[in-house]
Ligand binder design. Structure first.
Ligand code: SAH
Ligand code: SF4
Length: 347
């Protein structure tokens, strides 16, 4: 069993089943998440015999990225092996923050038409250890100030592992991060959304892309099972406490969702909900029927929403030259690419 990613509750169960004193669970957590131990052997305040016994069935499974690609703008894309598949993670340094965009699944079952990951279909869930490894095993580990679950996969479709990973990140016995440094992005799956709202204190981002149900359904199949109107209703009912925030991701597609009619639709749909909107230019995937909205259209759209009271920002596209931007993280063809690629900086 991989100890990395285990919560205090799970480590306590382990301690009990091994006949160890209760406090040893806290000691193991400290070694894993504060001392950054890479093996049981390093946990020197556990008796040697205990370490040896635990090592028979447990280990700290960390895996460095197998490839790193660096963009002209400083964004880095890391490739991690997960069994015989791969996931990608993007590291995005900015002047006053450094964001890590992590994956929660290999592929994705949601099938959004504009998304490279969606085109692969669902391959497998990542465990909490595999999610956290994307942070722990990169050279910039100490410099990451924010984590966004905006890489490959739909986090609420793998909620158990995502909740365990965010618990390790935020718990006092874990890494002790403020939940305000973490944002989980979702298309809005209703039952797990309710659970996420109740059990987590991390920020939420909902991928909206159009306020109109028919248009949304035509590019995001999830709309049929979990309509955005119901998702917004759920968010309106939720009591937002502290500085916890909900924002909406809005990928701008030329002529499709970038008109004054969409501004009006958004204002109607979001009335009475304290939120913000992030506009992202579509990053076209190969053979896509969509193209990105022009910059002037995005500025007009942003200003129209901001003037009417919804704080709206345009998210800069980073790492485009290495396909590290939203929706471009995809590993469908990596097996073929890895041996011959000259793009990658080997580690
Ligand atoms: N599955 C989650 C999180 C991963 S996708 C979700 O969909 O929210 C992260 C963000 O990238 C989402 O807002 C998604 O709509 C957006 N995205 C996907 N493909 C894109 C593309 N080709 N161009 C721009 N944004 C894209
Ligand atoms: Fe999955 Fe998000 Fe891509 Fe949709 S946009 S297919 S939910 S990763």
């Amino acid at each position: 069993m991989n100890l990395y990613g285990k919560t205090l509750t799970e480590l306590s169960e382990l301690a009990a089943s091994e006949g160890l004193p209760k406090y040893s669970a806290g000691q193991i957590a400290h070694w894993l998440y504060r001392q950054h131990a890479t093996s049981l052997e390093q946990m020197t305040n556990l008796p040697k015999a205990v370490r040896q016994r635990l090592s028979e069935r447990h280990s700290v499974q960390l895996a460095p990225p197998i490839r790193t690609t660096e963009s002209k703008d400083g964004t880095k894309k890391y490739l991690f092996a997960v069994g015989d598949r791969y996931v990608e993670t993007a590291y995005i340094p900015e002047a006053n923050r450094s964001t890590l965009c992590v994956s929660s699944q290999v592929g994705c079952a949601m099938g959004c038409e504009f998304c490279a990951t969606g085109r692969q279909g669902f391959q497998q869930h990542l465990s909490e250890g595999q999610i956290l490894n994307q942070l722990r095993s990169i050279p910039e580990f100490d410099r990451v100030s924010n984590i966004v679950f905006m890489g490959m996969g739909e986090p609420l479709n793998n909620l158990e592992s995502v909740l365990r990973a965010t618990e390790v990140l935020t718990a006092p016995w874990g890494m002790g991060w403020s939940p305000k440094r973490i944002t989980v992005s979702t298309v809005g799956l209703l039952p797990p959304l309710r659970r996420f709202l109740a059990q987590s204190r991390c920020h939420l981002a909902v991928s909206m892309h159009t306020p109109f149900a028919d248009e949304r359904a035509s590019m995001m199949p999830v709309e049929r099972a979990h309509p955005i109107a119901q998702v917004v209703e759920e968010l309106r009912r939720h009591r937002w406490t502290g500085q916890r925030r909900v924002s909406f991701e809005y990928t701008m597609i030329r002529g499709l969702n970038d008109t004054p009619r969409h501004v009006e639709g958004l204002l109607r749909l979001l009335a009475g909900l304290e939120c913000r909107i992030n506009l992202i230019a579509l990053h076209p995937t190969p053979d896509s029927r969509f193209s990105p909205s022009p910059a002037e259209t995005m500025v007009r759209f942003r200003d129209a929403l901001s003037e009417r009271g919804i704080t709206t920002t345009i998210r800069a596209s980073r790492g485009l030259d290495i396909n590290a931007a939203c929706g471009l993280l995809s590993t469908a063809e990596q097996r073929a690419h890895i041996p011959s690629s000259t793009n990658y900086i080997s580690q």
